[in-house]
Design a protein around this ligand. Structure first.
Ligand code: SF4
Ligand code: SF4
Length: 318
């Protein structure tokens, strides 16, 4: 059995100050950081011990804030990538940290989900980090929050990032009808999957791999099916943790975040992302074949509806 785990420990602080984020410039005490470090160490040991039961794991760190500036997350990634039963170790990050720690990783198992925050660093500085990732042979995606004020930043990045790097755009869904048609088209041209992200997908009663093949874990080991449904379904530190996992329909009305809806069966995004589900890298470089992808935009528009989105088969766009 293979499980994908979304780990979010108690850490909740960040060195950046994005005004769209509750963790902006939030500091933590030494004791708070230490409790995060201890919780992560316990989680790593648990993951390591699972090799004995024959199960394989993939781990995505989805911290509240920026974790990769902390050495214990850098060491965790290095350690995970050295475990034979770990297929992928990935993290969401602003890549403001140094990248020397990558030297300790097995690169074929490491992946970074890198987000550019235009108010917090320069375009060039962020791009230089991406180039360094390339030089080091690290697999990564790049993303940006799709505010109207960020459209030019996204275009600038798309023009300069290696063509092989996927640039995703997270739709700003806090206000309805946020996008006018030209902005929507411009962002879709950059990220052909933007229209999919711009929808809160109707999910109640739908099959979703979370709670079965995918689950989230917090610093105490509490298991939840995903980050969006708060019900605790078990604890990894209990002997019978695996028995709590089974197929179950979604109990939420909608699902609007990639780390959630990517696991919904009806969207067929596993076929699209292949082994890049966690780090958000499509299996085929669909962003280089925009004319083939226009029908994705059409399928998902108009934005901010909860209606079903029908995706083409991978073979149609790959
Ligand atoms: S970098 Fe991420 S976690 Fe930090 S303030 Fe910006 S959005 Fe929030
Ligand atoms: S569809 Fe979204 S909210 Fe529902 S169970 Fe899956 S990840 Fe969670």
């Amino acid at each position: 059995m293979h499980y994908s785990i979304l780990y979010r420990g108690p850490l909740s602080s960040c060195n950046y100050g994005c005004d769209y984020c509750p963790f902006a410039k939030r500091n933590e005490t030494y004791e708070q950081l230490e409790s995060d470090r201890v919780a992560l160490a316990r989680f790593i040991n648990w993951c390591e011990a699972q090799s004995a039961s024959g199960c394989e794991l993939s781990v995505l760190f989805t911290p509240w804030g920026e974790a990769l500036i902390r050495p214990w997350y850098q060491e965790a990634l290095a350690r995970f990538t050295q475990m034979p039963h770990v297929r992928r170790a990935a993290i969401q990050t602003n890549i403001s940290c140094h990248l020397k720690w990558v030297d300790g990783c097995k690169l074929d198992r490491l992946a970074l989900w890198c987000t550019y925050h235009p108010t917090e660093t320069t375009r060039q500085r962020f791009l230089d980090r991406c180039y360094e990732l390339d030089q080091r042979g690290v697999r990564y995606s790049v993303g940006i929050v799709g505010l109207k004020a960020h459209v030019e930043d996204a275009k600038w990045l798309r023009e300069r990032l290696p063509e092989s790097v996927y640039l995703w755009v997270n739709a700003f869904k806090r206000s309805e009808n946020y996008y006018d048609a030209p902005t929507f088209d411009a962002l879709t041209k950059i990220d052909p999957l933007f229209p999919i992200n711009n929808v809160r997908h109707a999910s109640r009663g739908n099959a979703c791999r979370t709670g079965h093949e995918v689950f989230s874990v917090d610093g105490d080991g509490a298991m939840r099916r995903c980050h969006f449904i708060k019900e605790v379904i078990g604890n990894i530190y209990d002997e019978k943790w695996e028995a709590t996992l089974s197929p179950r329909p979604c109990s939420a009305e909608t699902c609007g975040c990639h780390i959630g809806y990517v696991h919904m069966n009806k969207l067929e995004l596993y076929e699209l992302f292949g082994d890049g589900v966690l780090e958000r890298i499509p299996a085929n470089q669909i962003w280089r074949q925009m004319s083939d992808c226009n029908h994705i935009a059409k399928a998902a528009s108009p934005p901010l509806t909860n209606r079903r989105v029908t995706l083409p088969q991978v073979s149609e766009i790959g």
